[in-house]
Design a protein around this ligand. Sequence first.
Ligand SMILES: Cc1cc2nc3c(=O)[nH]c(=O)nc-3n(C[C@H](O)[C@H](O)[C@H](O)COP(=O)(O)OP(=O)(O)OC[C@H]3O[C@@H](n4cnc5c(N)ncnc54)[C@H](O)[C@@H]3O)c2cc1C
Length: 433
Amino acid sequence: MTQQASPGFPQDHAAQTADVIVVGSGPAGSSAAFYLASAGLDVLVLEKSRFPREKVCGDGLTPRAVKALTAMGVPLPEGDGWLRNKGLRIIGGGGRIELAWPELSSYPGFGLVRTRLDFDEILARHAQKAGARLLEGVNVTGPLRDDRTGRVIGVTARETVDGETAEHIFRGRVVIAADGNSSRLSVAMGLRKRDDRPLGVAVRSYYTTPRHDDDYLEAWLDLWDGDNLLPGYGWIFGMGDGTSNVGLGLLNTSEAFGNIDYRVLLRKWLAGMPPEWGLTEENRTQPVRGSALPMGFNRTPHYTRGLLLAGDSGGMVNPFNGEGIAYAMEAGEIAARTVVQALARPSAAGIETVLQTYPRELKVAYGGYYTLGNSFVQMIGHPAFMRFATKHGVKRPYIMRFTMKLLGNLTEPRGGDATDRLLNALSKMTPAA
Ligand SMILES: Cc1cc2nc3c(=O)[nH]c(=O)nc-3n(C[C@H](O)[C@H](O)[C@H](O)COP(=O)(O)OP(=O)(O)OC[C@H]3O[C@@H](n4cnc5c(N)ncnc54)[C@H](O)[C@@H]3O)c2cc1C
């Protein structure tokens, strides 16, 4: 396949090779690219869309995500589009409780909200500033493989400019698939989603509402399908710009999962809200859009034949709470750290030895916790359990404080209070997902 002329596209051979090719410039890809470039590697990021671009999301960032942003040196000045929040408000089973984010030495005591329209571009530009080369509007069509070894040695891609389509080849010593939930690249390498791991589906839109500057993230556990309480939650996250991001997500462990019209469920749920909040069809500013949440390592292995998976491509969304941004960023950092060490080895065998540690690193970081999460998702798939937990849990602050640390994966890794120690021990004792 040869490259044809296309305006604005690098034509020289050098631009078509890099130490590392990163596919996708969401949180996982941009974080990986940032750390790789910061370590002095030549990294080329290929992104099929052009910034600014939308990504269907709740736009909520927990202290875990704030920590990942801070580690990359992303400026987070208050008032510059970043809206800070103090914690989580949980409503359900007739109860309502506000839980401040825990003050820990390991995580800041605040979260943030920012639209993905801005957020993803900020991260991508941050990686560029660190030295990563970013090509937008380049759709990766498949892996480029060594005929003899089957190893991934680059990617094929298509670019369309002004109606003209050009095919390209990009070569790299290592490739990172950060191409999201569908991960075409992983599928082309035979890595399909695992049926034994949870999957969520969520929809969201934006509404003009006086609640737009709420300083708590709000989660509603009362999502009903007839008499059945569904496993999932609805959210109202104020964006600080006159609108709130409002949506709901469900887990595939309930019988209702495949049979529910999510848009209808959203309308029904919002119909029960106080009228003064204005969460009505007339105040909806965007279409209702939905997407999948791949959880609990639902695509493995995370490394094979020169290809590393980071973020949604490797099913890294937290099964307890549906949070994916922090985990995508953290996995991007772990992938980059592994690749930097691997490429410093003089032999192919040495490189391979290091790359193969990547899945192990991920298991150490999240394996036990995700196994617990996968069991939790099975339990709340039973409407009776969900009803019991909501009815009795929300009214009891000590249970909810424990639950918040568990669901948010916000514990001190060492020491901490009794809750931290219990949760860490549970995660360590549980076999890794
Ligand atoms: C409705 C909804 C609400 C959510 N709410 C939250 C929330 O509030 N907080 C939270 O933390 N998480 C939330 N999540 C999860 C979160 O959105 C994801 O986990 C996160 O975006 C994963 O980041 P990523 O970089 O792995 O993938 P993505 O963000 O999906 O990025 C993948 C990138 O790859 C690009 N790409 C794809 N294919 C190709 C290709 N062939 N060639 C080149 N580029 C390609 C895409 O254009 C995209 O830019 C939500 C998800 C949904 C669906």
